[in-house]
Write a protein that binds this ligand. Structure first.
Ligand code: NAD
Length: 271
């Protein structure tokens, strides 16, 4: 079994490290995942339809329910947790090239991850996008219209259907963002997959690109994933506990091998 110390050595010695995060890194901030034991879809399989663009466009009842869920989304009151902050520390130690997140909750930015290194591959709940003209606006403006009594607000520019600026099942990912994520994964010496069931494609293919490029894949998740057998290490547990311990071990190792390495202080910007 590979130890945290060994994984820390791989990361400290790597030229390029990529982190891939999923809903599991935010459960300790109070945002449920989809497929974990307390996941939104595990508890209510019907909820999966709300994330399907075909149902959303065809059925106004689905849209009304989706707007209610957005208005009540736990992301509005959630705070970044030690898992998000550990990835900021890894970046500040110069050991994180790119952070690809499947999360739409904005908590990596809230923790202090730089915009330049972050790829929010499934979009963000903090903006709305018009499905017809593409107009984007802050989500809070549209949620105010919902709270003021409009159950399915239309685009103010063209009257088209609005939704959060997130990727639903049936929608294509932004090709530019996907290309950046794929090229980072393919050249990574280490890819750290945190809190993801690795079951949503094409993102779940990123660790396979790292393996194909000769890099190591480390899986940090509360439950087994389909990639556990082919990954180089599996660190089972809660991201908010395992990740800070791992990053501490990386920084300690770097201080030992490269005197003068220090972790800059981390500003916290909550939404
Ligand atoms: P998923 O629900 O498929 O899997 C989450 C995984 O995280 C599970 O295997 C679970 O066991 C694990 N997990 C839960 N809590 C954990 C913890 N504290 N530490 C470590 N592991 C933990 O999520 P996914 O792989 O990200 O894919 C689901 C899709 O749903 C993605 O597209 C994602 O964008 C979206 N989603 C996002 C959020 C969010 O933004 N916070 C929340 C729910 C779903």
């Amino acid at each position: 079994m590979t130890t945290t110390a060994e994984v820390a050595r791989w990361i400290a010695d790597a030229r390029s490290v990529v982190a891939l995060t999923g809903a599991g890194i935010s459960t300790e901030s109070g945002i449920p995942d989809f497929r974990g034991p307390d996941g939104v879809w595990t508890r209510d399989p019907r909820a999966e339809r709300l994330s399907n663009i075909g149902y959303y466009v065809a059925d106004p009842r689905i849209r009304r329910e989706a707007w209610q869920r957005r208005a009540d989304h736990p992301a509005w009151s959630a705070r970044a947790n030690p898992g998000h902050r550990a990835l900021v520390d890894l970046e500040r130690a110069g050991r994180l090239d790119v952070l690809v997140t499947q999360n739409i909750d904005g908590l990596h930015l809230a923790a202090g991850t730089s915009m330049a290194r972050l790829i929010e591959i499934h979009g963000t709940i903090r903006e709305t996008a018009c499905l017809t003209c593409g107009d984007r606006r802050p989500m809070r403006e549209t949620l105010q219209r919902v709270r003021d009594g409009d159950p399915d607000p239309a685009c103010l520019g063209c009257g088209g259907i609005l939704k959060s600026a997130t990727i639903s099942f049936g929608q294509n990912l932004d090709p530019g963002l996907l290309a950046r994520a794929e090229s980072a994964a393919a050249r990574a010496d280490v890819l750290l997959a945190v809190g993801t069931s690795l079951s949503v494609y094409p993102v779940a293919r990123l660790p396979e690109l790292t393996l194909a490029g000769g890099g190591r894949v480390v899986i940090l998740n509360a439950e087994p994933t389909p990639l556990d057998a082919s990954g180089h290490a599996v660190l089972a547990g809660r991201a908010g506990e395992v990740l800070p311990a791992l990053v501490d071990a990386v920084v300690t190792r770097m201080r030992g091998t490269r005197p003068g390495v220090h972790v800059a202080s981390r500003p916290t910007v909550e939404p």
